[in-house]
Design a protein around this ligand. Structure first.
Ligand code: ASP
Ligand code: MG
Length: 433
């Protein structure tokens, strides 16, 4: 029987410079005899830097965009020069071609659709990093085939949030990946990016490389998927925000979905579903201490969980009421939901009273303004911004109290296992001198 495939995902932090890439090589040496599909993100903070390029270009400042792109190219070249005593010619050629094609595009007038231009520019990060890492693995005698993820992952044309076309993607993965794994044990590809039927590049949403790895895992019936992180596994809360966090050894898919949906940044929220559908286990492991166990995510085994906290920032609370004081009835709700869909508002919480409807959403771009304008004829709206959504699974009175301290509670919702509150900091009064 053919050996099963495992899928590994390495994020930007694990590829941030030449030393980090060497370290990834050392980790992968231990798996030299396994068949791996390796999904990589852009190096370090490259995606943020490319967003800046896209923004300058969109503002009409092509020279600034080019200058920023040049800096990213230089940084990539430096990593390459540090990694290779003798740089493979094909690598230099591939990386230069990628940068030149974006540079040329910057000379054209921006497309009417910002999201389209964004994806064409920002996808460069993963394309470059994947060429570098694949060439490096080959150099250290880990035979690796480079695969363009866009040949496999097909999406609709929702730029910046491509929706996967599953039948096409499965067919392509089954056709294209196994022959490469016959030639070499490792296939290395990009996270985050996909392709439309017109052959344009899409991205799957920020931090979407985890999702890409899950798509490959699903399509190839992987034995398991591993995400290599700079934390020891899934923690009870974000250690940058809280003290006394502990690692969770085992987690059900359901718990993982609940926590990541509401802002636990450790895994992209879309990652779990494809894995759960085929009962493919997910390991979240530390690339800093690769010998440790990490967190094992699988079917529910009736585990008992400690309280787990996720915080999502940049929340907007939209209070909506009817202009004529009529009840918020079914037809109103239908109208509101229609506009929630068209403006792609990502809803995290909802509550209603007789004449008002409250909705908490991720405050992205100008979506809230567009939504309020669309419903303006029939509804009055007030918006509170810069709020935090705190989600506590398996809450206890103590933890709820401690999280409330120093905050104004704007909205709260409770279910047996989940408590959510939307809060803002209490304005601190200072004595005048
Ligand atoms: N490079 C992309 C980002 O930073 C995708 C990812 O890292 O998962 O959002
Ligand atoms: Mg990342």
């Amino acid at each position: 029987m053919q050996q099963q495939v495992n899928v590994f995902k390495f994020g930007g932090a694990s590829l941030k410079d030449a030393d980090a890439i060497r370290h990834v090589g050392t980790i992968l040496k231990r798996f030299a005899h396994q068949r791996l599909v390796i999904v990589v993100s852009a190096m370090g903070k490259t995606t943020n830097a490319l967003e800046e390029v896209a923004n300058s270009y969109w503002r009409g400042d092509a020279p600034e965009a080019k200058q920023k792109l040049g800096a990213i190219h230089e940084a990539a070249t430096q990593v390459i020069n540090e990694l290779f005593a003798e740089v493979p010619e094909e690598l230099t050629a591939a990386v230069n071609d990628l940068f030149v094609s974006v540079e040329w595009a910057l000379d054209e007038a921006p497309n009417p659709e910002y999201d389209y231009d964004y994806d064409q520019i920002v996808s460069l990060g993963e394309l470059v990093s994947s060429h570098i890492v694949a060439a490096y693995l080959n150099r250290i005698d880990l035979p690796t085939r480079w695969l363009d993820a866009r040949d496999v992952i097909q999406t609709d044309n929702t730029y910046r949030e491509g929706w996967v076309k599953w039948p096409e993607t499965i067919e392509r993965a089954e056709r294209l990946v196994p022959p490469l794994l016959q030639e070499a044990n490792f296939v290395l590809t990009q996270g985050f990016i996909g392709n439309t039927s017109e052959n344009y590049t899409t991205t799957l949403g920020r931090e979407g490389s985890d999702y890409s790895a899950a798509i490959f895992s699903y399509c190839l019936d992987a034995e398991a998927m591993s995400i290599w992180k700079d934390v020891p596994g899934v923690l009870t809360a974000d250690p940058r925000l809280f003290d006394n966090v502990t690692k969770i050894d085992r987690l059900s898919y359901k718990e993982a979905i609940e926590m990541t949906y509401y802002g636990a940044k450790v895994i992209h929220p879309k990652t779990i579903k494809p894995l759960q559908n085929k009962s493919i286990p997910l390991y979240v492991r530390s690339f800093i201490e690769p010998h440790l166990e990490g967190t094992y995510i699988t079917d529910d085994a009736g585990d008992v969980y400690p309280p787990m906290v996720a915080v999502e920032r940049d929340q907007a609370l939209i209070n909506i009421s009817t202009r004529d004081f009529s009840f918020v009835a079914e037809h109103h709700i239908r109208e509101l939901f229609e506009h929630i869909t068209t403006t792609r508002l990502q809803v995290n919480m909802m509550q209603n009273t007789a004449i008002s409807f409250n909705v908490v959403v991720n405050d992205i771009d100008d979506r809230v303004e567009r939504f309020c304008t669309l419903i303006d004829q029939n509804f009055k709206t007030t918006v509170d911004r810069q709020l935090e959504l705190i989600t506590i699974r398996h809450y206890t009175p103590e933890i709820v109290d401690s999280l409330r301290r120093g905050k104004v509670n704007m909205l709260e919702g409770r279910l047996p296992l989940t408590l959510q509150m939307v809060v803002k900091d209490v304005p601190v009064m200072r004595r005048k001198d």
